[in-house]
Design a protein around this ligand. Structure first.
Ligand code: SAM
Ligand code: DTB
Ligand code: SF4
Length: 318
């Protein structure tokens, strides 16, 4: 068993990240094999239950009301539609279902009550239930836990210093407070970030240091490559090279040995080989289903084929 550390320094993380690629992968793989079943990939399906019109100004996000991305703003969708989609996802082999809302924060009332209903419905199907709804207070976290929620996704997104150039409508400390509320309620934490937003290597590693400081480490860490959506301020940034994702995942794997590392948004622009390299270097979860929240993801049969051809297998329900 690898030692779980919460005191990684930025210098250590950068040195690790910049290790010659094959040495980095070897180290990450050894750690991965010691803590996780070989060859398993968790399949998590996402659904946007409330799309668009978000008051936050996250520069990467197609759902922010501050950017004109041509996305229609929708109301919270019916509980029955969500449960039907979860059932469909289960029939395709997903074991985790994550419901996302374009909210700055959860507000008590009929909409939150419906989300609690969705969580109950997803749990009745025997799936792991995850939500990502923006900021939460302690009481709301407790009510989600009571409804059966397993995990809450709330990303740090980037380093503390780069954060200010990406989002102005909330702070890094707001993010950390919600993560504390989630943890206190006994819900597992899913928190990671995005690369390809004009950040430096030190920013990427700074984010990993912040995540690794959380005690316990987040049970799941999504690593997204920016999906460059037209109409967002980041639309013209260059694509993320596949090897950057491999380095990021390998570094995260070494720093947080027992967490699930999820190779998240951006897979449609990655070759099959780059995706396999990420899985080899420590990723053990993917978003599965032809849509992320509002943007495309590889088709389910392509992902199943990739997993099968590599001799990997979808993780069984927990
Ligand atoms: N509104 C909630 C929040 O911000 O926490 C939940 C939904 S939000 C869309 C969830 C996460 O999706 C963000 O934290 C961000 O990491 C990721 N995301 C959004 N747009 C993205 C993009 N264009 N490329 C990659 N990841 C993105
Ligand atoms: C995460 O880290 N990535 C997912 C999930 N958590 C909620 C979202 C990716 C969204 C990509 C842009 C979109 O589809 O709207
Ligand atoms: Fe809103 Fe979340 Fe998108 Fe930010 S990332 S604009 S909070 S939906």
């Amino acid at each position: 068993m690898s030692e779980l550390r919460h005191d990684w320094t930025l210098d250590e993380a950068v040195a690790l990240h910049d290790t010659p690629l094959f040495d980095l992968i070897d180290r990450a793989r050894t750690i991965h094999r010691a803590s996780h079943p070989a060859g398993e990939v968790q399949l998590c399906t996402l659904m946007s239950v409330k799309t668009g019109g978000c008051p936050e100004d996250c520069a990467y996000c197609p759902q922010s009301a501050h950017h004109d991305t041509g996305l229609d703003k929708e109301k919270l969708i019916d509980v029955a539609r969500v449960v039907a989609a979860a059932k469909q996802a289960r029939s395709q082999g997903a074991t985790r279902f994550c419901m996302g809302a374009a909210w700055r924060e959860v507000r008590d009332g009929a909409e939150f009550d419906s989300v609690l209903e969705m969580v109950r419905g997803v749990k009745e199907l025997g799936l792991e239930a995850c939500c990502t709804l923006g900021m939460l207070n302690e009481d709301q976290a407790r009510r989600l836990k009571e409804a059966g929620l397993d995990a809450y996704n709330h990303n740090l997104d980037t380093s503390r210093s780069h954060y200010k150039s990406i989002i102005s409508t909330r702070t890094y400390d707001h993010r950390l407070q919600t993560l504390r509320n989630v943890r206190e309620a006994g819900i597992t934490v899913c928190s990671g970030g995005i690369i390809g937003m004009g950040e430096s290597t030190a920013d990427r590693c700074g984010m990993l240091v912040e995540l690794a400081q959380l005690d316990p480490h987040p049970e799941s860490v999504p690593i997204n490559a920016l999906v460059r959506v037209e109409g967002t301020p980041l639309e013209a940034l260059p694509p993320v090279p596949g090897t950057d994702l491999v380095r990021m995942i390998a570094t995260a794997r070494i720093m947080m040995p027992t967490s699930k590392m999820r190779l998240s948004a951006g897979r449609t622009e990655l070759s099959r080989e780059a995706q396999l390299m990420c899985l080899y270097a420590g990723a053990n979860s993917i978003f599965y289903g032809e849509q992320l929240l509002t943007t495309p993801n590889p088709e389910e049969n392509q992902d199943r084929a990739l997993i099968e051809e590599a001799g990997l297998r979808p993780a069984a329900p927990a």
